[in-house]
Design a protein. Sequence first.
Length: 66
Amino acid sequence: MDNGKRSIEAVCPDCGEKFSIRTTPEVGQRITCPNCWAYLQVIGLNPLVLEWDSLDPEDEEFGDES
């Protein structure tokens, strides 16, 4: 049954693996690749574009969007 939630397919720029994001991404959102644990940031939405995040993960909490 579809409860209105969709996952969005993303590709990690570090390891090249595909993974799903269960929330609607927003520009600036920080996520962690579930495959290689790279710290990433959403920089584009259409199409979804991820880039390496330059912040130290201990400075702010990163989302776990696996």
